[in-house]
Design a protein around this ligand. Structure first.
Ligand SMILES: Cc1ncc(COP(=O)(O)O)c(C=O)c1O
Length: 447
């Protein structure tokens, strides 16, 4: 370790693996057979020992414009030389305002009040707090209840974890937030398996909100859902489902929050999922693609009505007692501006839409391989669900993950589901290689 030059960023070597307590990982398994990504460019990672690996997951659903975009790197470098940091509590710096205005150019019309955070988790908790503050500001302080959905993922803060619906993410951590309830998830394989795009069946599942209103009366502040659920293993919303949810929220005075941390920034073929799915929320979270993941940053976009109700309804002084030291951090702001500019100049959402059919065909070409029990997709997202090995859940998917990596393709697995989300610059030759490699790995793990 000591013989490694401090600036050796090109070929870092594995050193002591003990200190880093890895997030959402099997530290023991990983550290016994480490695989290291040391460099990245365009569609590719390169391992510490020089192997090329196609990025089938845009890192972690985040490097939507492809790796190492010069425009973003240079913007960060330039800003670091101008000013490293300045606070945004009752003082400001120009680039945070410029970044918010730039983000508002990309968000759906009407969602243009932008609150900066540092991650998707912080965005989820911020959105929930804004919803509660809004209800209180409009004289509905009894609306303290938050509704999520089974299998939803909203990060790992106490708000997002509680409103989220993924059992293993909750069970180690005690009591959760009070006053939280959940809608049923939308996974109906008996009706919808192997659907391309939005499934026909399942809009009625939104009606469960009526049941929650019957139970809780006018105490619900907000419903938060991912427009297309990613981390749980890709659940595409049934046709009409989000429309129904929107109608019921309006009927009952409930805010609709979309967690667009994955679906934002072109992932499903439009700048945000709201546009592709044709239903707008009142509040929207984002992160990941916001800076192309070059610097951590998240944001919440709120409607004018939400912003005005809170800000203009407050007594003089601070209007929302919430914020982060790094809200609107100058380096992240620089990266966000450059990232949004790239989305526009390269029409990344349009590229995703244009590639969707080819990518969909690639995904569904795996239909019929051993143990493939469902394939779901929209935009440049695909989920391939595998039959788990008896008594050994996740084993098959993990072995396929390792086989693919060793064959030069990075995939992601969640449970026994393969989730794919390549950078939006993906080309046909990459798509071919991704699905050929996965197909080979599925066959090799048929037993
Ligand atoms: C929909 C959604 N919300 C929130 C998060 C959490 O984001 P972060 O890991 O940046 O906190 C994620 C991460 O995958 C996500 O997919």
């Amino acid at each position: 370790m000591n013989d490694m030059p401090a600036n050796d960023m090109i070929t870092p070597r594995p050193n002591d693996l003990d200190a880093f307590w890895m997030p959402f990982s099997s530290n023991r398994t990983y550290k016994s057979t480490p695989r290291l990504l040391a460099r990245a460019e365009g569609m590719y990672y390169y391992t510490h020992d020089g192997h090329e690996v196609i990025d089938g997951t845009a890192g972690l659903w985040c490097v939507n414009a492809g790796h190492g975009r010069r425009e973003i790197t240079e913007a960060i470098q330039k800003q670091a030389a101008i000013m490293d940091f300045a606070p945004t509590f009752n003082i400001g710096h120009p680039i945070a305002f410029a970044a918010a205005a730039k983000v508002a150019e990309m968000t759906p019309p009407g969602l243009d009040r932008v609150f900066f955070t540092n991650s998707g988790s912080e965005s989820a908790d911020t959105a929930l707090k804004i919803a509660l503050a809004y209800q209180r500001a409009r004289g509905q302080a009894q609306r303290v209840r938050l509704v999520g959905r089974e299998r939803g993922y909203h990060g790992v803060g106490f708000g997002g974890m509680s409103v989220g619906g993924i059992g293993p993410n909750r069970k180690q951590f005690g009591a959760m937030l009070p006053y939280v309830d959940h809608l049923p998830h939308t996974h109906l394989p008996a009706h919808n398996a192997f659907t391309r795009g939005q499934p026909d069946h399942g809009a009625h599942l939104a009606d469960a909100l009526e049941n929650l209103v019957a139970l809780h009366g006018d105490t619900i502040a907000a419903v938060m859902v991912e427009p297309l659920a990613g981390s749980t293993g890709v659940l595409v919303p049934p046709k009409g489902y989000l429309n129904r949810l929107r109608e019921l929220c309006d009927k009952h005075g409930i805010l609709l929050i979309y967690d667009e941390v994955i679906t934002g920034f072109g992932r499903i073929g439009t700048p945000f999922g709201a546009e592709r799915l044709g239903v707008a929320p009142d509040i929207m979270t984002m992160a990941k693609g916001l800076t192309n993941a070059a610097v951590p940053m998240g944001a919440v976009a709120a409607s004018e009505e939400v912003y005005r109700t809170i800000v203009e309804g407050a007594p003089a002084g601070i209007e929302l007692f919430h914020g982060y030291t790094y809200s609107g951090h100058p380096l992240a702001s620089a990266a966000a501006i450059a990232s949004v500019d790239l989305h526009k100049s390269d029409d990344l959402a349009g590229r995703a839409m244009a590639m969707e059919g080819y990518f969909e065909d690639g995904a569904h070409s795996l239909n019929g391989l051993p143990n493939v029990i469902d394939i779901r997709n929209m935009g440049l997202v695909a989920g391939i669900e595998l039959q788990p090995r008896v008594g050994k859940p996740t084993d098959r998917a993990m072995k396929i993950f390792h086989r693919c990596f060793d064959a030069g393709v990075l995939i992601r697995t969640t449970g026994d589901i393969i989730a794919l989300s390549p950078p939006l610059i993906v080309e046909r030759k990459h798509v071919d290689r991704i699905f050929e490699t996965i197909g080979d790995a599925i066959r090799a793990e048929a037993a």
